[in-house]
Design a binder for this molecule. Structure first.
Ligand SMILES: [Zn+2]
Length: 317
């Protein structure tokens, strides 16, 4: 082997510095629904051999992501049917007593907050200022751009982060920050893609979920095993689910496209280019095939371990 030695970054979550290389990620021409003037380089997909985190290497600078997300693009407010993950989370939140506080981290336009039962107090964190304004209006929520803007001592009975943890460079760092904001007996509910999904392990860096440039880090059940205790948490629920509401609809077509992508990627890329051309330049990017084939998402519920250092000491009776 010859040529300059490429620097490989250490695992953002545990620091282990000998990751597995899962291959090249595609360059991106759009980000968060907006066309980019210059394509973003995809980088490589790495997997930590110690904690099983997968991540995009190298990620962009945090300030670059902040600018890309606050792009004022908001699809028209539709109080329409909730997504499957939002319904799963709502089922969970229905068990909260009246007066409980719920923080939706990455609440976007507030669709989930607006659907909460009456009597729960609603809070949101949203970087996209146009989306945050909609969440305030439609969900009656107190919404700010970052967690730091909420008073340090403010804690919540439930914190939800749906489709968020894959957007940050260190899922462990975010989980630790959110755990520290739980009220005694509170719960942290996460949904995200499952890094150990059986098809993803075969497709490696060509899996649909890691092709989206906004997605930069991916957890798995093994990651939870590696990090829960260090986070002062225990996992009380772990559920795999299919992101699509009705995965049986169009299943044959989706599998055909997916198998073509797996075995004849050039042919599928040409098919996709023709499809996008037909739909016109305003059509949303439809990504590479793979969505909806399997239960490739996770719903995770974490609870603080009794006596964990992130929790305030119980008041004496
Ligand atoms: Zn690691």
């Amino acid at each position: 082997m010859s040529g300059p030695r490429r620097t490989v970054s250490a695992c953002p979550d545990c620091g282990h510095d000998d990751p597995e290389d899962l291959g090249a990620l595609p360059d991106a021409s759009t980000f968060a629904g907006q066309a980019l003037a210059t394509p973003l380089p995809g980088g490589r997909l790495r997997r930590c051999r110690r904690c099983d985190l997968r991540w995009r290497d190298p990620p962009l600078e945090p300030a670059h992501y902040t600018a890309l997300y606050d792009n004022s693009r908001v699809d028209v407010w539709k109080p329409g049917p909730l997504r499957r993950d939002q319904r799963l989370v709502l089922d969970h939140l229905g068990r909260l007593p009246a007066g409980a506080t719920v923080l939706d981290f990455g609440c976007y336009t507030g669709a989930m907050l607006a659907a909460l039962p009456q009597g729960l107090k609603r809070f949101g964190i949203e970087l996209n200022q146009a989306a945050a304004a909609q969440a305030r209006e439609h969900a009656g929520a107190h919404v700010v751009a970052t967690l730091a803007e909420l008073p340090t001592g403010q804690r919540f009975d439930c914190i939800v982060a749906m489709d968020v943890i894959e957007h940050v460079p260190s899922p462990r760092g975010l989980a630790a920050e959110l755990m520290s904001r739980l009220a005694p007996g509170g719960r942290l509910v996460l949904t995200t893609g499952d890094g150990r999904n059986w098809l993803w392990r075969r497709l490696r860096s060509r899996w649909w979920y890691c092709a989206w440039p906004e997605h930069i880090a991916f957890i798995s059940p093994l990651w939870l095993l590696a990090h829960a205790e260090g986070l002062g948490a225990r996992c009380v629920e772990l559920e795999r689910f299919n992101y699509l509401d009705r995965p049986e609809q169009g299943r044959v077509k989706r599998w055909r496209q997916f198998l073509r992508w797996w075995w004849l990627p050039g042919l599928e890329a040409r098919h996709r280019a023709r499809r996008m051309q037909r739909l016109g330049s305003d059509a949303p990017e439809d990504g590479v095939p793979g969505l909806g084939l399997t239960a490739d998402h996770l719903l995770v519920v974490l609870e603080p371990l009794p006596g964990s250092p992130t929790q305030p000491a119980a008041s004496p009776r």
